[in-house]
Write a protein that binds this ligand. Structure first.
Ligand code: UT7
Length: 330
């Protein structure tokens, strides 16, 4: 069984910055509340003419260049997103058309903010099964397209961004690559974080628009309580599946939803502060893109070194949670 190795990583964030002070002009909030309750100072917003696939394209092009491979050599494309360009066709199909003249199969994965972790396991499974040799796993979300900028309880949290990795079948006996994965979901919490209308349950109508049901709704306290349990569990189960323990973990790259959730999980796991990556301050919650964005940041600043055991752990709408354990290097 070949192991799936990350051979390229790329990310993208839009240029436009929305600061806490900018938000003070939009809703009844203030910088001190946002910083103390979430750790967020600013987030990026895509342009009106920029869709999820456009950000996905930028991140993918960088990941492919980093891996030194052509898009036409990809066997499969997975796009994790909760904000597809359109309900159908898939964002993966639109991304494929921009990346390559050659047809390439692809699919969208929708699993809340855990979507990229789901995508990584699916991509790795294709490679381990020897079905495909090279898979692009993309995370892209334009949360600003479904955030209600009249609702202070959610408007302050989210931002836009994208990330992507190239997964390839590693040489026999390679120490690098994806060591283990853990995914889970409990749909009893489906309504705690949801986009109520626009699907088959509640198609778009004048009423759904008037009731602002095309914006995401979240029961923040309930999701918070779920997250502080799910995040440590995701880390511990992922490591155990790889035959590893917390002592073996060099770096934890958690989903960036709220700094207090990350800190609570870190304390529960009793992990040293320098091992936990945080960049929520500058990007807010970018949903599926938050982990690749944080991963690229530690690679750039030199904190991520070949041979390190890195745990990527997420939670989100669904409710979903899960982790990917990687030995970094190629
Ligand atoms: O990736 C998806 C997963 N999503 C999450 O992980 C989100 C999880 N939840 C959270 O991060 C937190 O629950 C929030 C940041 C959303 C809210 O923080 P909280 O500490 O749970 O605040 P709260 O909802 O209990 O509200 C406390 C107070 C309320 O006022 P009262 O009732 O005590 O007078 C809110 O109305 O803070 C008020 N409030 C705000 N005040 C200023 C809520 N939002 C704001 C705001 N600015 N933006």
């Amino acid at each position: 069984m070949g192991r799936a190795v990350i051979t390229g990583l790329g990310t993208y964030v839009p240029e436009r910055i929305l600061s806490n002070h900018d938000l003070e002009q939009l809703v009844d909030t203030n910088d001190a509340w946002i910083v103390s309750r979430t750790g967020i100072r600013e987030r990026r917003l895509a342009r009106d003419d920029q869709a999820t696939s456009d950000m996905a394209y930028e991140a993918s092009a960088r990941a492919l260049a980093d891996a030194h491979v052509e898009a036409s050599s990809l066997d499969f494309i997975i796009v994790a997103t909760n904000t597809p360009d359109t309900l159908f066709p898939s964002t993966a199909a639109r991304l494929q058309a921009r990346l390559s003249e050659k047809p390439i199969p692809g699919v969208d994965v929708q699993a809340g903010c855990t979507g990229w972790i789901y995508g990584l396991q699916m991509g790795a499974a294709f490679i381990e099964a020897n079905m495909y040799q090279r898979v692009l796993v993309v995370a892209s979300d334009k949360l600003s397209s479904i955030v209600d900028y009249e609702d202070r309880s959610t408007a302050v949290l989210f931002g836009d961004g994208a990330g992507a990795v190239v997964l390839e079948s590693g040489p026999a006996g390679t120490p690098f690559g994806i060591l283990a994965s853990y995914l889970n979901a409990d749909g009893r919490g489906a309504d705690l974080l949801a986009l109520p209308a626009g699907g088959s349950r509640s198609p778009a109508s004048r009423e759904t628009v008037d009731s602002r049901l095309h914006f995401l709704k979240m029961s923040g306290n309930d999701v918070f309580r779920f997250a502080v349990k799910a995040l440590p569990e995701a880390v511990e189960v992922g490591l155990a599946r790889g035959g590893l323990s917390l002592q073996d973990m060099d770096l934890l790259v958690p989903h960036q939803a709220n700094e207090r959730i990350i800190d609570a999980a870190r304390r529960q796991l009793n992990v040293a502060e320098h091992k936990v990556v945080k960049n929520i301050e500058r990007y807010g919650n970018t949903s599926v893109a938050s982990i690749p964005l944080a991963l690229e940041e530690v690679r750039q600043d030199g904190r991520l070194v070949d041979g390190m055991v890195v745990v990527l752990a997420a939670f989100g709408s669904g409710l979903t949670w899960g982790s990917t354990v990687v030995r970094w290097g190629k």
